[in-house]
Design a protein around this ligand. Sequence first.
Ligand code: IPE
Ligand code: IPE
Ligand code: MG
Length: 243
Amino acid sequence: MSVSPVVPHHIAIVMDGNGRWATRRFLPRLAGHKQGVDSLRRCARACVERGVGVLTVFAFSSENWNRPADEVSGLMELLAMALAREVPQLKKDGVRLYFVGERAGLSQKVRDGLAQAEAATSENTRLVLNVCFNYGGRWDIAQAAASLAARGEAITEASLHGAMGMAHVPDPDLVIRTGGEMRISNFLLWQAAYSEFFFSDRLWPDFDESALDEAIAAFRGRERRFGKTSEQILSAHPHPMPG
Ligand code: IPE
Ligand code: IPE
Ligand code: MG
């Protein structure tokens, strides 16, 4: 009875649980974040293999500045290191990188790294990888409204959508949160209006291909009604997709 496509076009993930993964091993939290980068590499590759078009990940929230200073600076360094290490392979794999979030709060070094990574992968078309960094859904809605107001443009759903950081991709079909928490934590507040949600108890460093497949299988079992009735959906798709 599923009417969802076999693979969601756009998957968004709140990559949560790095700190707990490390603490359980008596390691510093940053060791968990490093492991989280490995998990993201594996997940992006799995998305390419499965024909996912867009992967959006939450890497650093507007509120994560409130963490201890050494964790924040460690995360900034890890971002710079990960870019230097991963971009050549991402380029080869056909992954196009975008960074979504407020750049003004980041150091010039980090900003340069983000711009270079985006430019280096700008010709790629296999997978769009949006990394939400210094991002908050409330920030995005507010900055979009402010930029429309500054240009004297009317504020409508369409104009707001176009002024937001995620305007270059369709809304996520599936939003996954790892780490067992069942909250959105200021991620994609606008864009997740009709997303399907999947919550995994796995900590992000443990979220592997089988966990991704479990989330995709759950998505396939959902009936997306977008406000309509089940009967309307079934009559528009009398032959459900296999799976
Ligand atoms: C998610 O893992 C990564 C970031 C927020 C940067 P956490 O660091 O939140 O891990 P837990 O939730 O403390 O285990
Ligand atoms: C959400 O995780 C942000 C990221 C994964 C980057 P948090 O760990 O910051 O969320 P809360 O604080 O538990 O809601
Ligand atoms: Mg967390």
